[in-house]
Design a protein around this ligand. Sequence first.
Ligand code: CP
Length: 304
Amino acid sequence: MRHLMNPLDFTVEELENLFVLANDIEKNPAKYAHVCAGKKLATCFYEPSTRTRLSFEAAMYNLGGNVLGFSDAGNSSAAKGESVADTIRMISCYADICAMRHPKEGAPLVASEASSVPVINAGDGGHQHPTQTLTDLLTIRSLKGHLDNLTIGLCGDLKFGRTVHSLVDALSRYKGMRFIFISPDELRIPDYITEMLDEKKIPYEEVIRLEDKMPELDILYMTRVQKERFFNEEDYIRLKDFYILNKAKMRLAPQDMLVLHPLPRVNEISTDVDSDPRAVYFKQAQYGVYVRMALIMTLLELTA
Ligand code: CP
């Protein structure tokens, strides 16, 4: 039995199979409409979510399966002090697979160790968000045609942004990658990530100004400043509007650059960018359904 805690849990070849399956699901949805008939997905969300939880639920319904779960830990027995390990033992009696989001780093891993069904990390604190990374990789692969030889700018909250940490980990396995980390000093990418890039001899730069780097980018990955991870309101208010991507800044970018964002956005992308064909963040959310369908099938060993 396999779980998904980190995008590196899958080899590059396994990811390739997953993306091929996801693209086939996109083209031939009817072929997959009953693949999970009789199966149940539990969504255990101890933290708020719109996209991840609902796209998992849509994915399971699209496959002909059913869904149960909770979207607020306050309505579960976690509110009475039940541990994650005991909760997953219960979920294992009720469902065939579980997607779990938790504010504590490592909580889904603890769950996977006590589980008798596959567990998917749907975001753990500021640590990892592997299914967002699968979504991001599928979006880039589908729209650019490849996942190598790219210059990718990651902009905003690189300290707390778990989607950034997972994406850099995953892309570091492809050849010809170059990363440009764009953030204020206080929200720099963690050292363990730059140390990993140094070790693999992958080029990267850390800069503060977005405008200077726009002309060099194949992908611009914008992120929200994560209010919920700040220790004080004052710092959040000072940093929250540090970057605002707008039409004027988009004029500096190559014609084939793509703008991705895991969403939700707050102010970091002006709504006047939404109509730019390079802004693919809503399309990205749709790819999230296809890749989660492919993932559920893969973990339930229903791909043969
Ligand atoms: N991208 C993402 O994780 O969004 P939600 O928090 O709405 O699930």
